[in-house]
Design a protein around this ligand. Structure first.
Ligand code: GLA
Length: 378
């Protein structure tokens, strides 16, 4: 009996019907362009969230989480609508709402994706629940549909204006590969991502700096992109190239110009990164990571002192490339380093953080892992 299985029985008195798991993610490159119809290149990390579910024969929803000491939150399905107040349970409830759940359930969550680290613990939670419900009730939603439904849950129920990347990769990722995702139509291609055989490692540095997509900075970036799209009368920034953008400079504000320049150049970098991975040219990949960071820092203005310090310290310790990942304003950075230099890099980052009186950072490594899956049927 697995840990979650045991906790489920302890809490709800019976065994679950199904247990699903879904991972967090790291985005290798392609930041802040999922909502501009861009290509992104994330991969799933090892850490995942588990959702164990049992069908009830009434319309009651009981939710508990091992991390919240199994305290049960109870609501009736009829009141599960956007606007219902709550805490973390709004994520699973939002998924139930978006999927059109019609029966009560007991649900237990066991989350192992670090919270607030920019590693998409919320997508892991949503996608574990969606995967469990999809199978349990034979909804028959495709992975693309599940990605859209879980995004809808987060946008409309939880109220976070996120794009489609995190949910897509949590659902669709394959072991050993980064996922080249076309955010316009959700088509994907698996790009082999094996740094280890080249003696490299991708270090994940959680800066422990505050990370929240609800503070307005994220929404402001999206709005700037949408404004450019409107003013230039195009469908999305995907249609734009640098020459047209330069030529249209007088039609948009300076800030909008910078935001759009990030999007246009980042979309190009994703394609170059795919080529770099396919040819195992990790030096080229490192340069692209650095360029991505500079663009996010200077044109998109979503970095922060902790992220910049983590990137700079990694580079001075010999990293091939480093950049902030995710929404920004805190969260994690990645550094592509020689496997032999892990300790040195960690020491360099720790030293700079102490010098700057930043909160102590945390370090992870992860191979590209499997997307959401059913791990047990009762
Ligand atoms: C967050 C959002 C994603 C994406 C990234 C930035 O993780 O949830 O949709 O926009 O930020 O690339």
């Amino acid at each position: 009996m697995s840990h979650i299985d045991k906790k489920f029985v302890e809490t709800f008195g019976q065994s679950p019907d199904i247990i699903a798991a879904a991972p967090g993610r790291v985005n290798l490159i392609g930041e802040h362009i999922d909502y501009s119809d861009g290509f992104v290149l994330p991969f799933a990390i090892n850490d995942r969230t588990y959702a164990a579910v049992r069908v009830r024969d009434d319309r009651k929803i009981r939710i508990a989480s091992i991390q919240r000491k199994n305290r049960i939150v109870e609501v009736n399905l009829d009141v599960v609508k956007p606007g219902l107040k709550g805490e973390w349970e709004r994520y699973p409830l939002g998924v139930m709402w978006a999927m059109g759940l019609e029966k009560g359930i007991d649900i237990m969550i066991d989350g192992h994706v670090p919270l607030g680290a920019g590693l998409s613990s919320s997508a892991a939670l949503e996608c574990s629940v969606a995967t469990a419900l999809n199978h349990l009730f034979s909804f028959g939603y495709s992975l693309e549909e599940l990605a859209r439904l879980t995004q809808k849950a987060e946008n409309e129920y939880v109220g976070v204006p996120c794009g489609i990347m995190d949910q897509s990769v949590s659902l669709m990722a394959q072991t050993g590969s980064a996922l080249l995702l076309d955010c316009r139509d959700l088509t994907t291609q698996n790009i082999a991502f094996d740094v280890a055989s080249s003696g490299l490692e991708l270090l994940i540095i959680d800066t422990q700096a505050h990370h929240s997509l609800t503070d307005g900075g994220y929404a402001e970036r999206r709005a700037a992109c949408e404004s450019v799209v409107k003013k230039l009368e195009i469908k999305s920034l995907r249609e734009l190239d640098l020459i047209t953008l330069e030529a249209s400079r007088s039609k948009i504000s300076d800030t909008e110009f910078k935001r759009a320049r990030h999007a246009v150049t980042e979309m190009k970098r994703v394609m170059e990164a795919v080529l770099a991975l396919e040819t195992k040219n990790f030096v080229a990949l490192g340069i692209l990571l650095n360029q991505s960071h500079a663009s996010l820092r200077d044109d998109y203005n979503v970095s922060c002192p902790e992220l910049n310090a983590a990137v700079e310290a990694s580079l001075s310790a010999g990293a091939l490339g480093a950049r902030m990942v995710g929404g920004g304003f805190g969260g994690s950075a990645i550094a592509l380093i020689k496997a032999a230099q892990v300790r040195e890099t960690i020491a360099a980052v720790e030293k700079v953080f102490v010098e700057n009186k930043f909160k102590a950072p945390r370090f992870f490594t992860s191979l590209p892992s499997q997307g959401a899956e059913i791990i047990q049927r009762g």
